[in-house]
Ligand binder design. Sequence first.
Ligand SMILES: Cc1cc2nc3c(=O)[nH]c(=O)nc-3n(C[C@H](O)[C@H](O)[C@H](O)COP(=O)(O)OP(=O)(O)OC[C@H]3O[C@@H](n4cnc5c(N)ncnc54)[C@H](O)[C@@H]3O)c2cc1C
Length: 426
Amino acid sequence: MTTEQAPSTKPHRVVIVGAGFGGLEAAFGLAGAPVSITVIDRRNHHLFQPLLYQVATASLATSEIAWPIRHLLRDRPEVTTLFATVCGIDAAAKRVLLDDGDAVPYDTLVLATGARHAYFGHDEWEPFAPGLKTLEDATTLRRRILVAFERAERECDPQRRAALLTFVIIGAGPTGVELAGTIAELAQDTLPPDFRNIDTHKARVVLIEAGPRVLAGFADDLSSYAQRSLESIGVEVVLGQPVTECTADGVVYGDNRLEARTIIWAAGVRASPAAEWLGAPSDRAGRVQVEADLTIPGHPEIFAIGDTVSIDAWDGKPVPGIAPAAKQQGKHVAETIKARLRSAATGPFRYKHAGSLAQIGKRIAVIDFGRIKLRGTIAWWIWGIAHIYFLIGLRHRLSVALSWLWIYARDQRAARLITQGSSKVV
Ligand SMILES: Cc1cc2nc3c(=O)[nH]c(=O)nc-3n(C[C@H](O)[C@H](O)[C@H](O)COP(=O)(O)OP(=O)(O)OC[C@H]3O[C@@H](n4cnc5c(N)ncnc54)[C@H](O)[C@@H]3O)c2cc1C
């Protein structure tokens, strides 16, 4: 009897944790490779986060910006999708640990678990100033915004009514700017004919930013244009003032106390605990400091990508936490895994920045392509076409395009539904 073993015919096992922009791109990029893939996500859907604010402001429905992960990977027999939450990694035994006690073995692991909002050491603010990251966050915000108008309609006390009609957004990056602009338009254009006792034009939308300008990642002139545009549609912009207190009644910034029943957090993010799972080096926002090829130091078989990593791969500058960066990293990891299986050479990841886009309101957007900068209606059309292009599937594209045309032409937002409870639930 021979002790020689036959060569293993088992395919190489790739486990991808997180089916966001980065993880999904890695799975797509591995099509045709001699691997078996397990995709694990704690949500059953892939989410197009750039349009989450449109769900929060009743412009789009949840189903227009999310897809079941299982459905997206249905034509790939080598891919198994698991609806499960990862709580750790046993790197020595090469197993992903799930919170229900199960474990999933891997040969190569890709961590693409993203980030969540962070309150700079003030986690107690979260119940009063929820952030926007998931579909649940978006429908919670939508509920709070719409309920505030409903309560104001029945409120006789002018001071309490004013607080109900004051909406504070903390953080003037793209998400804060987009939320502020859309809430202002909701109050100015969509809601006025529907209410009898309040004038929704009088709603205050206050955008508070600790830094010196809105859209800090954009060129100075675009950022000034964005501020003027916001002010022209009724948004009050407060700059250079960090919020120092957040309660159920309002916020404090500088020497000012502002009574407001709706506060939205759009100010900071913290990476998923991927670095903690591995005891890997991380930056102040908890992002894993990966090697040039996106592997974890000391673990060439583990990659980390997207919002959960920190890497200076944009001509020596940090790669921004945006969807195209996560997708480029997912693609790079897929190429690296395929090259390794062929014993071919692999190279470092290099980020290519296509541009930055932000919508300020209906017909107003800014685009910073570096040398080319666009603003106003032309930028708004390009912003809309780009977002429709990046949605998955014809049905979603048509549906979103129709919803936007309807808002554009009629100022009507069809998704104005108060869900998650009756009028008694806040
Ligand atoms: C409100 C908002 C607006 C944005 N707007 C833009 C924009 O206009 N343009 C742009 O380019 N970018 C935008 N971004 C940023 C962009 O969405 C992110 O950079 C991108 O999603 C990062 O991709 P990712 O794959 O790293 O993580 P994600 O897309 O966040 O995916 C992470 C996945 O991991 C899963 N996961 C996390 N933890 C676990 C766990 N423990 N177990 C199992 N699964 C887990 C999550 O459920 C999720 O599906 C926006 C983000 C937000 C929140």
